[in-house]
Design a protein around this ligand. Structure first.
Ligand code: HPA
Ligand code: ZN
Length: 334
């Protein structure tokens, strides 16, 4: 594909469903906060200024170290603006972001409300200025354990509404089981929240099936390893589950050696609902524009396929229907 054509595709309007809030923090932003707060974070950066980590588990600990300098509601408001500037620069018109009350007041509902208020205020201002709509998915952290997740789910339930629209789980997929978090998912569902969880990024098809059967999620973060068992692939189709696929993240972390070996195209061709997201863009050296350009280059995806991908994303988005319709109109305007 010639560069001009790739550039055209990279600039299409986009919806993104899988974006970790703190994972969207550029290294310069975190370094700036660290120096303001006189915290030495030098060990989490490479000499060129990028985040330094060896593998996924080390990534999670570097992520938590970076997050440790985000202390006040104002810090999170500044991060919201930075995140939305990046969305706008990548033509993203709608994004859902994973926010963790664990990092915003330690799971205390009163503190969480203050952080959320600051985040929402910054998001509303950015929506007016930049035209990007953001919604929040409260996310528990698997390796923090099921008890902490209960407090997180209660924070989610207390603040469920127009802005907090879903509940999810990130963290180390290799620890414990999806069913350990059933209480939290039931609590979130009863509060009217829509559900997603990370599964099938590191573990295989059984983990993906467990996510659907044990937690009742309508979306799955990643889910790509389901390709190892076609019966489970078909189960996802039958249950109308949407995958939040993050191709660049998977390649960067070594889940697949290269994009041409990534199963997103096979899953899409078989009829699985797939969408495209960045996960933790500065950590994985990606952007939404790069994701689109790389998918076009590798699989020959054109405007029509990206339009389908965005329609799938908006069908599966957790926002209310008025927002969904307004965003659909923006996405159609190419
Ligand atoms: N995967 C799982 N958990 C996470 C991630 C991720 O990419 N980022 C932050 N928490
Ligand atoms: Zn993720």
């Amino acid at each position: 594909m010639d560069p001009e054509r790739l550039d055209q595709i990279a600039r299409l309007p986009k919806a993104e469903l899988h974006l970790h809030f703190e994972g969207a923090a550029p290294p310069d932003f975190i370094r700036g906060l660290a120096s303001e707060k006189k915290v030495d974070l030098s060990e989490i950066f490479n000499p060129d200024g990028s985040y330094a980590y060896r593998d996924f588990v080390h990534f999670l600990s570097v992520y938590e170290a970076a997050t440790s300098v985000l202390k006040t509601p104002k810090d999170f408001a500044r991060l919201t603006t930075a995140l939305l500037e990046e969305c706008a620069a990548n033509d993203v018109v709608y994004a859902e972001t994973f926010v963790s009350p664990e990092f915003c007041g330690g799971g205390d509902v009163g503190a969480w409300r203050e952080y959320l208020h600051a985040i929402q205020e910054a998001a509303d201002a950015a929506e007016r200025d930049m035209g990007v709509t953001l919604r929040g998915v409260v996310t528990c952290i698997r390796h923090f354990g099921a008890e902490k997740a209960k407090a997180t789910a209660q924070c989610a339930a207390e603040t469920a509404g127009d802005w907090i629209v879903g509940f999810g789980m990130g963290g180390d997929e290799n620890q414990g089981h999806q069913r350990d978090f059933k209480w939290s998912y039931d609590c979130a569902r009863e509060a009217g929240l829509k559900l997603t969880t990370h599964a099938g990024e590191w573990r295989g098809p059984q983990e993906v099936r467990d996510a659907v059967d044990d937690l009742g999620v309508s979306r799955i973060g990643h889910g790509v390893r389901v390709i190892q068992d076609l019966a489970t692939v078909d189960y996802l189709i039958e249950r109308d589950v949407t995958l939040e696929v993050c191709p660049g993240s998977n390649v960067f972390l070594g889940v697949y050696p290269s994009l041409d070996q990534h199963p997103i195209e096979k899953l899409r061709e078989r009829g699985v609902k797939v969408t495209v997201s960045t996960d933790d863009p500065p950590f994985f050296h990606t952007t939404m524009r790069q994701e689109y350009a790389n998918l076009a280059k590798t699989f020959g995806w054109d405007e029509e396929i990206f339009s389908q991908i965005n329609q799938t994303a908006m069908d599966a988005a957790f926002c209310d229907d008025a927002t969904r319709d307004a965003i659909r109109k923006k996405l159609e305007r190419t």
